[in-house]
Design a protein around this ligand. Structure first.
Ligand SMILES: C[S@@+](CC[C@H](N)C(=O)[O-])C[C@H]1O[C@@H](n2cnc3c(N)ncnc32)[C@H](O)[C@@H]1O
Ligand code: SF4
Length: 342
């Protein structure tokens, strides 16, 4: 039937800190149903069916109305199958990144979520035949390796042959992640290193675990063998922190030493909402962003695109073109020297 709907309503699940809904994107979508409500997960699934029926009749939920994901087209009938699950039902983490968008709770030991468990929900979906080998599961968090139920969930998903992506800080090595990287489907892990030396790492992550991360990366890469390109090392560029040539050069030296084949770059996603005034800082972030891509090419590494980060840069949040020649020169000097130019 032809109507206005989106992929998320038709088969995506968001298991968040607060509860359940369908889309975990920049767009808002229908409100979360809080996990503490009775039968909250079932309610979310019932609401899905109701929304689909309403959309067929041209009624769009208020928070979906401005969403770019909405599309008028011939949609296939919803068959209960889930194509994407985003898991972030815990907030604890063994790092304390100054930029952390989820304001994670520092905790050095593995523990259960303070909210609710995801495993019974994923098991239920599996028992009901709603997961297939096309289902894609992304783990965010908090730090996945700090979640007690994480290895069990991974094991179950691997047995189901689902496709998995894990975002991790890499401080703790997890054997199930290694198994996941060796599996047949295109599973992957993204580790945010964000720098190329221990001193910068301590400033950014606010823990002294740089060497542990390098060891974990090396171990995953060695164990993944010919599938080692599934590990991606990420560098989020922050003004006055790591937006300079030296740090990026060091990052690529580390990548070469560890035989990293895939990298990605990003910017602070909160910047898209910032009313930026310091144009010197902004343009050195752009310089770093461009330089990073050039270095990846130079060393024959695959640069995985982060569409949203490209959009922030291209949408002129950091707009070089609006700034004066003098400011650009200062930005270049700052990028090359790593020092703030007055
Ligand atoms: C909240 S983290 C949780 C997963 C894991 N602890 C990690 O750091 O990879 C999820 C992802 O968001 C990214 N992230 C967190 N805060 C960010 C920010 N302000 N801007 C851009 N990316 C951010 C992290 O790099 C990571 O890839
Ligand atoms: S490692 Fe991840 S969850 Fe932990 S503080 Fe950093 S961004 Fe947040």
């Amino acid at each position: 039937m032809k109507y206005k709907c989106c992929n998320h309503i038709l088969g995506s699940i968001d298991l968040s800190f607060s509860g359940f809904k369908y889309c975990n994107e920049v767009w808002e979508g229908p409100e979360y149903i809080h996990y503490s409500e009775e039968n909250a997960f079932e309610k979310n699934e019932e609401r899905r069916l109701k929304i689909i029926e309403e959309m067929k009749n041209g009624i769009i939920p208020i928070k979906c109305q401005q969403c770019p994901m909405l599309e008028e087209k011939e949609w296939k009938e919803f068959d209960g199958k889930i194509f994407k699950i985003t898991v972030f039902n815990w907030a604890h983490c063994n790092a304390s990144c100054f930029y952390c968008s989820v304001h994670s709770n520092f905790c050095e030991t593995v523990k259960k979520s303070d909210e609710y468990d995801a495993l019974p929900i994923i098991e239920k979906l599996s028992d009901e035949g709603r997961l297939t080998s096309d289902t894609f599961i992304a783990f965010m968090g908090g730090e996945p390796t700090m979640l007690e139920e994480f290895p069990q969930i991974l094991k179950m998903l691997l047995d189901k042959n689902c496709r998995i992506e894990v975002l991790s800080n890499g401080i703790k090595y997890e054997p199930e992640i290694s198994r996941m990287l060796q599996a047949e489907n295109n599973n992957n892990i993204c580790i945010s290193l964000d720098c190329g030396c221990r001193e910068s790492y301590k400033k950014i992550k606010r823990v002294d675990k740089y060497n542990e991360v390098l060891q974990t990366v090396k171990r995953y890469i060695d164990e993944a063998g010919d599938k080692s390109n599934r590990l991606r090392l990420k560098y989020i560029i922050f003004p006055n922190v790591n937006d300079n040539k030296k740090e990026i050069d060091n990052f690529f030296k580390v990548c070469q030493n560890l035989k990293v084949k895939t990298v990605s770059r990003a910017v602070n996603h909160q910047e898209s909402k910032m009313n930026t005034t310091n144009k010197v800082i902004e343009s050195s972030v752009i310089k770093s962003y461009e330089y990073f891509a050039k270095q990846a090419e130079k060393f024959g590494m695959t640069l995985m695109p982060e569409m949203w980060a490209d959009a922030i840069v291209e949408n002129k949040v950091y707009n070089c073109r609006q700034i004066s020649l003098l400011t650009r020169i200062k930005a270049t000097l700052k990028f090359l020297s790593g020092k703030n130019i007055k």
